[in-house]
Structures are given as structure tokens and as C-alpha cells.
Design a protein around this ligand. Structure first.
Ligand SMILES: [Zn+2]
Ligand SMILES: [Zn+2]
Length: 267
């Protein structure tokens, strides 16, 4: 099942792991009359596996698209427990629990709503199909696998330059000391939050330098996505600007600026 949300695609799969009975012991036999109540309040222990991958796409002058490549996928996991009863009632605790977990994975609000409905509906179907083996268990495990495929529009030249930059960075570090992270204190001290200014906000005072800054900061060199005008980016002492999350993640692996190899202090 897939959801389309803007340029991103979400794929969702709900299943009950087959090793459930071993894993989810002790399984508690309910009184037979209780077990036959229908529909039961089914409590599920839900594991959410989230895979986020990014695909780089170029738009050609004739309007067709060209797949350039993909970035390594990131994976996250969440666990939560809730009642798989009626999801139609608004703001029931189960709903809130799922909402919080899905939102914390960076899934946007509009998509989260559809996802929750889908998890409830598919979850109930899955559990119903295993009714016999689930009978008597108080907590039933449920796996929710969500795959987010994000399309990143980027010019072919820029994509090639990005790949070359990443490869030469790896090579450079291999020849030197390997990957050495920047010190934690230097991140706090030397990274600055800056607001990305668009052309229309230039005051005319120093047009040249502002234009330059705009063209340098419109894409983050690490993820190739836009640092939106009006939003905040993070500037290194060499004045290269990135998304805050991107550069912090980067500097926890490498203490060099990915663009100019400005060297941050290490421990
Ligand atoms: Zn970025
Ligand atoms: Zn730099």
C-alpha cells in the first residue's frame, strides 16, 4: 500500500511476525467466555521500522525525468503499545501514541493521519487472519514497516559535482588519519545559526556579496536539498552553510568541511 504525499512516497506494510508466540510469552489464557467476546480489546505491541531513502532525479528540458542515483538509506525503529479497537473516536490514547511515534520519525502531519488509519485497518485484518493462534494472547506483536522514498530534484552537473566531492573527501581522509570527528565543544562554539536571505530581501547595500551568498547557500552540499529562503541554516567558520542536522551529523564523523576541508578542532 502506498501513500503519495507531495514529492515523497510512503509505502506501508503491516504484518504479524511469525515468531510471535515464542517472543511474546507468557501468553495468558483468558477465560473462554471472555475470549469469545467480539471484537476484543486487542492490545498490540507495535514495532515500527522506518526506512528513509532519497533518490536524485534530474528534470530534462523536454520535461522527462532522469534517475541519477540514490543516497544510502537511513533506518530508524520505534516501539509502542496500544489498543487496536476503535480508531474512529478522536484523540483516543492509542491514536496519540501512534501519532507521536510517527511524527518523531519525521513523517509530516498530513501523511501521519492516513498512516494511522491504515495501520488500524490493516492491523485488524492481519490479526483477524491469525485469530486462532492469537486466541488467548493479551498482547499481540505487530510489525509496521514504513518506507519513505523522497525524490530530490537536482541538476545532473550538480549531482556529479556532489559525488566527486564526496569521493575525494573519502579519499582525502583515507590518506590522512581516517575519519576523525570534530570535538563536541567545537560544534557548540563554532557553528552559527544563520537565516538564509533571498534576493528580494537584499537591501541594495552590497548586492554582489549577498547574491553570492544566496547562490552558495541555496543547496546544502551534504544532502543536495534546498536550504529554503527564510529558513535557518548552519554556518561553519569557513562560512559554508548547510542544514543544521546535516552538518552536525557530518561533523560527528569527519572534522573537515565537506566543501573546502576547513579543519574543525578534534578531541
Ligand atoms: Zn542538508
Ligand atoms: Zn567550508
Amino acid at each position: 500500500m502506498s501513500f503519495h504525499t507531495g514529492p515523497d512516497r510512503l509505502f506501508v506494510e503491516v504484518s504479524q511476525p511469525s515468531d510471535s508466540i515464542e517472543v511474546w510469552q507468557p501468553y495468558d489464557h483468558l477465560h473462554s467466555s471472555e475470549a469469545s467476546l467480539s471484537p476484543p480489546h486487542t492490545r498490540v505491541a507495535c514495532r515500527i521500522f522506518f526506512k528513509h531513502s532519497r533518490q536524485f532525479i534530474d528534470c530534462l528540458p523536454d520535461g522527462s525525468t532522469n534517475f541519477l542515483g540514490s543516497a544510502p538509506a537511513s533506518r530508524q525503529q520505534r516501539s509502542c503499545s496500544f489498543d487496536l479497537c476503535s480508531f474512529l473516536k478522536e484523540l483516543i490514547p492509542s491514536h496519540v501514541t501512534l501519532w507521536e511515534n510517527l511524527s518523531s520519525l519525521g513523517i509530516d502531519g498530513e501523511a501521519v493521519h492516513g498512516l494511522i488509519q491504515h495501520i488500524y485497518l490493516q492491523g485488524r485484518e492481519v490479526l483477524a487472519s491469525k485469530r486462532d493462534s492469537n486466541m488467548g494472547q493479551r498482547v499481540i506483536p505487530l510489525h509496521v514497516e514504513i518506507s519513505k522514498v523522497q525524490l530530490v530534484w537536482v541538476h545532473y552537473d550538480r549531482y556529479l559535482a556532489h559525488r566527486a566531492m564526496m569521493e575525494s573527501m573519502e579519499e582525502f581522509e583515507r590518506r590522512n588519519y581516517g575519519m576523525v570527528p570534530a570535538s563536541e565543544s567545537s560544534l557548540k562554539r563554532m557553528l552559527k545559526r544563520v537565516r538564509v536571505v533571498g534576493d528580494e530581501e537584499s537591501d541594495g547595500g552590497n548586492k554582489e556579496s549577498k547574491k553570492k551568498r544566496r547562490s552558495e547557500s541555496e543547496n546544502c552540499s551534504i544532502c543536495l536539498e534546498e536550504v529554503e529562503v527564510g529558513s535557518y541554516g548552519t554556518s561553519m567558520p569557513c562560512s559554508h552553510v548547510f542544514h543544521g542536522d546535516c552538518i552536525v551529523k557530518w561533523l560527528k564523523q569527519s572534522h573537515y568541511c565537506p566543501v573546502c576541508r576547513y579543519e574543525m578542532p578534534t578531541n
